[in-house]
Design a protein around this ligand. Structure first.
Ligand code: SF4
Length: 404
């Protein structure tokens, strides 16, 4: 996950210079409680909705009714069975008399205009911004979460403002962002809000990208892809042990979601946060890259990013840059066409090179695109088509190969 900068503050010198990458990923951000308490100094009145008292209820889209007023949530692979007046694992969904409800519909706790490179999406409208938002909650508990102050709390514990999908889209237009990014916490748990906002955004010519852990069931994912224009998945590791011990999740459902994205045909990129000793073995990276190649193809970019000690993993060091180089080499040798090193500003591994002729196509400095030579989606030197989304028209033209 990337970091929620302040909801309503002026950009700092760090933001303006675009050099917040390394520090930003290490946890320089405002917790939602303090962020939302501040004024809308960035100049948009559109987000100055009322401070939310309590929760923001809305009927959940994916659940089954069981006996005795119980429900089964079928949004994510946990498939929580929830008794009346109880909540599911993520803490943001509640059973009220046999009707399942989300408690965070419009409960915005973080918003910021970020470079799309910060998500990171490197083959999606490079050099543009993404209007980035979140609510409280998550369906995993990653010990290395950079945004635990909003992801690991219940909605009542995080300051939020009520912002309808329409108001959110209006704010995005005011900032002239071509894209809304659902990010920071885990957008799967605010699915209905994301779904309706993405649908409204499309009608206004704005795309939507989901920045997610990929812990979502097939049916809701396919339905959502009718409205999204891009996805980034945190592919946290390639072992069940890592998912179980570090994230309280499972690997297989994430692999299944990735195959759904491939089948749907939406543009997506993968980020692997490399944590020393936990998921950095050459064997694991080789197996992961081989799986990506076999199941997703060579054109899905992989970003190997640098870990910084945070939250409940403070006893491990930052990832050595040499380790990122090694991971990148392994994936390239395996045959993945576009492999990046992340959270290492000025590293050559942050640039995009044509997979055919190796010409430098996009040069990045931190979050900033210093040069972009791609013309009409092609390498200007050898005319090879570069996979990605290179215009807003292309983004909005996306329609899923659907079997919803
Ligand atoms: S979305 Fe929340 S309530 Fe639903 S299955 Fe997942 S963790 Fe459980």
């Amino acid at each position: 996950m990337d970091n929620p900068d302040n909801l309503f503050r002026q950009p700092s010198r760090r933001d303006v210079l675009g050099c917040g990458l390394a520090c930003g990923a290490a946890g320089v951000f405002c917790a939602a409680r303090s962020a939302v308490a501040q004024q809308d100094t960035a100049g948009t009145g559109a987000l100055a909705g009322p401070k939310l008292q309590g929760v923001a209820r809305h009927r959940a889209m994916f659940f089954e009714k069981l006996q005795e007023n119980k429900v089964k949530c079928v949004l994510c692979p946990r498939e929580c069975e929830v008794a009346d007046v109880e909540r599911g694992y993520c803490g943001v969904r509640e059973n009220q008399g046999g009707e399942y409800q989300t408690l965070v519909y419009g409960a915005l706790c973080s918003a910021n205009v970020d470079p799309i490179e910060k998500k990171p999406l490197f083959h999606y409208l490079p050099g543009t911004t993404a209007f980035s938002i979140a609510t409280a909650g998550c369906n995993m508990e990653c010990k290395f979460c950079q945004n635990w102050q909003i992801s690991q709390f219940r909605p009542e514990q995080v300051d939020s403002r009520l912002v309808t999908p329409e108001k959110l889209v209006a704010a995005c237009k005011r900032y002239r962002s071509p894209t809304i990014a659902y990010t920071y916490s885990e957008p799967v748990i605010f699915y209905e809000y994301m779904h309706d906002t993405a649908a409204a955004a499309r009608e206004q010519g704005i795309g939507s990208v989901m920045i997610s852990n990929g812990y979502i069931n097939e049916k809701p994912l396919r339905e959502l892809c009718h409205h999204l224009t891009g996805v980034k998945i945190d592919f946290k590791a390639f072992t069940e042990e890592f998912y179980r011990d570090q994230c309280s999740g499972h690997l297989k459902p994430v692999l299944a979601a990735l195959e759904v994205l491939k089948d749907v045909g939406i543009w997506f990129e993968l980020v692997v946060l490399i944590i020393p000793t936990l998921n950095d073995s050459p064997d694991e990276i080789k197996q992961m890259s081989g799986w990506v190649l076999e199941h997703l193809g060579p054109d899905v970019p992989m970003h190997f990013t640098r870990f910084h000690p945070t939250y409940r993993i403070k006893n491990l060091p930052r990832t050595p840059i040499g380790t990122l180089d090694r991971c990148r080499q392994i994936a390239l040798v395996a045959g993945v066409h576009y492999v990046y090193a992340g959270n290492v500003p000025m590293h050559p591994g942050e640039n995009t090179y044509c997979h055919n002729c190796k010409a430098e196509l996009i040069r990045r400095v931190g979050f900033r695109v210093a040069d972009n030579k791609i013309k009409n989606g092609k390498c200007p030197k050898c005319n090879t088509a570069i996979p990605g989304v290179w215009s807003q028209e292309q983004a909005l033209a996306f329609k899923p190969n659907s079997r919803v």
